[in-house]
Design a protein around this ligand. Structure first.
Ligand code: ADP
Ligand code: MG
Length: 231
């Protein structure tokens, strides 16, 4: 489903100030995989995720999603591909405070022409155990765990095959974070390709693959070819 080959990413103008954020990273993720990317702050995790998410062109290497060469597409086509293939969950959850839960979930559908967006959003919320009453509340009227569920509902409302999550448990208490990890695992079980960046050590237990990254390179204790290694 998702494949990156020999990705490198450098930031900034040529010269001593140039930052090498990623080097020689290769990775394959299939439907049903739940991959955790772990590593210290500044190691390149978010860079890798944004490259996977068609949001940040790599300096070298290619990214393919469902066989499509992502960065060979025009910007506009990249945006279409994001909408069709990718659901995002961010650390701050990024729920808009002045929209109700259901309105937040409807956001990714906003520019699509499709009937019954509200019904689709409610269905996504119900899949995550939130009923119509909760759906009508503002984020501030929901618990941390419920807000996490809303953020995931928004990521899956369009049923994208790929789910990308950057520190999805980062702003949650332990119990809510655990819930979010379990929900992501369920999505992987249901056939989505799930890639999560995390500091959360619990993630090692729920993910079926852990990729360690350090100074922009994959490190993996048991294997040499790091990221490209299977489970
Ligand atoms: P992580 O998510 O693991 O903390 P990042 O991918 O955010 O790491 O960052 C990797 C490296 O790239 C860091 O040295 C960071 O300062 C640098 N970096 C990230 N984004 C940018 C950017 N937009 N411009 C310049 N440097 C960046
Ligand atoms: Mg980060």
């Amino acid at each position: 489903m998702l494949s990156v080959a020999q990705i490198g990413k450098e930031y900034g103008p040529a010269g001593p100030g140039r930052v090498v954020a990623l080097a020689e990273v290769s990775l394959e993720v299939k439907g049903g995989d739940f991959v955790a990317i772990m590593g210290p702050s500044g190691s390149g995790k978010s860079t890798l995720l944004s490259i996977l998410g068609a949001m940040n062109p790599p300096t070298t290497g290619t990214v393919t999603i469902d066989g499509i060469d992502v960065y060979g597409l025009s910007q506009e086509r990249q945006a279409d591909l994001r909408r069709e293939y990718i659901g995002f969950v961010f650390q701050q959850l990024e729920l808009l405070p002045y929209l109700t839960a259901i309105e937040n979930v409807m956001l990714p559908l906003a520019i699509l022409k499709m009937p019954d967006k509200r019904g689709k959003a409610l269905h996504a919320l119900e899949q995550l155990g939130l009923d119509a009453k909760k759906a009508a509340r503002l984020p501030s009227e929901l618990s941390g765990g419920e807000q996490g569920r809303v953020a995931i509902a928004r990521a899956i409302v369009n049923d994208p095959p790929v789910i990308l999550a950057d520190e999805p448990t980062g702003s949650l208490d332990t119990e809510s974070g655990q819930l979010v990890l379990e929900l992501l695992r369920e999505l992987a079980r249901a056939g989505h390709a799930v890639v999560m960046v995390t500091h959360n050590l619990e993630s090692r237990l729920v993910a079926n693959r852990v990729i360690n990254i350090r100074d922009g390179r994959c490190t993996f204790p048991e294997t040499i070819s790091a990221c490209s290694a299977g489970r």
